[in-house]
Design a protein around this ligand. Structure first.
Ligand SMILES: Cc1cc2nc3c(=O)[nH]c(=O)nc-3n(C[C@H](O)[C@H](O)[C@H](O)COP(=O)(O)OP(=O)(O)OC[C@H]3O[C@@H](n4cnc5c(N)ncnc54)[C@H](O)[C@@H]3O)c2cc1C
Length: 398
């Protein structure tokens, strides 16, 4: 290691940003060289992408420029795409740089990719809620199809939207669509009852793993708003006309959005780390097995609870991991000991549009406007962590 240790953080998502915020708060100038690499010049709030996807909020509310939240005296930002990671050589290859980046410590927070479970045609024909670019496409596509319904032959599939997967993301997206429909239908002169919103889930329940009372509340509310649920019904194929369900039923839909699962970023597997669905089972300090200087966090990592079950990938665990890695790196740089990571589940909240939500905070179940208020407060809290009151005021009320 040279005189000034070099820390490279890959990905400016929840885990990467929390690492950077922790490092820049606690590091003295010149204590280490810190480099952040991200493919976009902005950090986006993955947890809010369902809103611009449905068109209920502008995508500007779901992103913030990285240069506005980092301290350039302590962190160097490189906007580039990671092409490959070579942990044996302690090097990272970027698309637009001939020279590889070298590091003493590497933090990988490159997020997830859609898991399509081998469903035929899904990758080619469905939309995915992944990033700002992908959700802009979804919103534009839905609007285009509504315009097409008016302008050409009025084919029902133009105004039929299928959402594959009724987990957290799927339900939040459907909830947003419900809120968007009245204004969209008004704009395109289409009676609301003509539009079909269909949520399809392979598991025997909506929101698998959620409290049954909360699930019932969510389903009842969304059904009252006209959402059709097809539960216990795997999608077998997706093509340009729509989806085919197990058993052969076809649903014609011009818009199919897949939210049915995620896996770790493919770069992790390609780097040679041992993975389960693209995620690395990290040690108690969040390091990759066999590489003491490589930390893997967020959706790329796999952490188990006391019963031996993996925690689902969430922003909550990702940001706690980022914070812990920052603390441990500082401790290492100063010759101290690392502390093991323990996830502290504060609660779970799922929105059902802009004014309704469900969730569990501690042991308490919350519904309706209370849950919605808490969800909103949580979004503002993230803005505060990133950029204090000025960022809350700039982005929190768009
Ligand atoms: C619609 C939706 C709603 C959600 N709601 C919630 C919620 O309410 N609560 C919750 O806790 N979790 C929620 N989640 C899950 C949560 O968003 C993720 O678990 C979390 O974002 C993971 O953080 P991360 O740091 O691992 O990855 P991300 O936040 O996805 O960040 C990864 C970063 O890496 C960058 N990147 C990727 N590949 C490259 C590359 N090759 N080169 C350079 N940069 C790259 C990306 O651009 C991105 O900036 C939701 C997810 C979705 C999609």
């Amino acid at each position: 290691m040279g005189e000034k240790p070099k820390i490279v953080v890959l990905g400016a998502g929840y885990s990467g940003m929390m690492t950077i915020i922790g490092l820049q708060k606690q590091l003295q100038y010149n204590e280490a060289e810190v480099i952040l690499v991200n493919q976009h010049p902005y950090h986006y709030f993955t947890t809010k992408l369902h809103e611009p996807a449905a068109g209920t909020r502008h995508h500007e509310a779901a992103r913030v420029l990285i240069e506005q939240v980092i301290d350039p005296r302590k962190v160097t930002f490189i906007q580039d795409k990671v092409k490959g990671i070579r942990p044996q050589d302690k090097q990272v290859d970027l698309v637009n740089r001939e020279e590889p980046l070298t590091y003493d410590y590497l933090v990988i927070g490159l997020g997830s990719a859609p898991e399509t479970f081998g469903i035929r045609g899904l990758k080619e024909n469905a939309f995915f809620i992944r990033n700002i670019d992908s959700v802009r496409m979804i919103r534009e596509h839905i609007e285009y199809m509504f315009a097409k319904y008016r302008n050409e032959e009025q084919r029902d599939e133009y105004i039929t939207i299928v959402v594959g997967g009724a987990g957290f993301t799927g339900v939040e997206f459907v909830g947003e669509l419900v809120d968007r429909m009245p204004s969209l239908c008004r704009e395109f002169d289409i009676p609301r009852e003509k539009v079909r919103l269909i949520s399809i889930e392979a598991a025997p329940t909506v929101l698998p793993g959620f409290d049954p009372e909360l699930v019932q509340y969510a389903v009842k509310y969304l059904e009252e708003q006209g959402v059709e649920f097809r539960i216990n019904t795997p999608i077998e194929q997706c093509d340009e006309d729509g989806v085919t369900l197990k058993g052969g039923e076809e649903i014609k839909a011009a818009t199919v959005v897949w939210t049915g699962g995620v896996r770790g970023n493919r770069l992790i597997e390609e780097a040679g780390f041992e993975t389960m669905r693209g995620r690395v089972k990290v040690d108690e300090y969040l390091r990759a097995p066999g590489y003491e200087e490589v930390f893997i966090i967020g959706d790329c990592s796999l952490v188990f609870n006391d019963e031996g079950r993996p925690y689902p990938p969430t922003a909550q665990i990702a940001s706690q991991q980022g914070s812990k890695v920052a603390k441990n790196l500082i401790s290492l740089l100063r010759g101290g000991e690392m502390q093991p990571f323990r996830f502290d589940l504060k609660g779970t909240l799922a929105s059902l549009g802009r004014h309704n939500a469900i969730g569990v905070i501690g042991k308490r179940k919350v519904f309706g406007s209370t849950a919605s208020f808490l969800k909103r407060a949580n979004d503002l809290r993230w803005l505060y962590i990133l950029g204090g009151v000025p960022l809350v005021l700039r982005k929190g009320f768009i």
